[in-house]
Design a protein around this ligand. Sequence first.
Ligand code: GCO
Length: 248
Amino acid sequence: MDFRLDGRRALITGSTRGLGLAIARAMAEQGAAVIINSRTVDECVATAETLAAAGHDALALPFDAGDGSSREDALAEAGTIDILVNNAGIIHRAPLPEFSEEKWRDVLNVNLTAPFLLAKQLSEAMVARGWGRIINISSIMGQIGRATIPAYVSSKHGLIGLTRTLAVELGPHGVTVNAINPGYFATEFNAPLIADKDFDAMVKGRTPLGRWGDPAELAGAAVFLASDAGGYVNGASLTVDGGMTAAL
Ligand code: GCO
């Protein structure tokens, strides 16, 4: 069983913190060269330096996933990418009457359009080499919904559809495409929810494991899907939520 990623180069979008950083670190520990990305140059460089200081092969590639020219300029310099993890995501929380069209478009752009465009661009060389992995970080909000986050929920449902259609189109060329659906993890992204006593109690009460997830507990799923051990998994979405969506 081979979970190692030696000789592979992995781009993880949004990887200076939270789930993306945990995935980048785990992939680096399995021998991959990792490309650290976020919109913020300083954070990208600092994260890549920290990983490199720990003996890993890490490169900083700052770009805004939702911005076409920033994305394309960066990718032109990125070199070979064997593994793409579409992790960068944003959220806007507001009651429906206050939810603007602009926010709707922003969220869809970063969470769904950018993964589509990155997959479109990077899969070309993967197909040419006959090997590739695309991992889309969706959410349990790709399967169920919650009030006040319509754009996020729609984008995450869309990512699961994108995963399936690309799995069908790219599978014949040796490129697998899968999604991971994280449940509630203790990250900065969720800071307002963790600080909300009622929400925190809801997560702990409704999750059979009785707690928020630790980002390191998501990384194993990504390593598995990227590795040869996961080579026959294609078009799947793997839920990692402590059992929350299994429970009524
Ligand atoms: C929210 C959260 C979620 C989670 C996660 C759950 O407002 O409900 O931010 O979207 O972060 O995506 O899977």
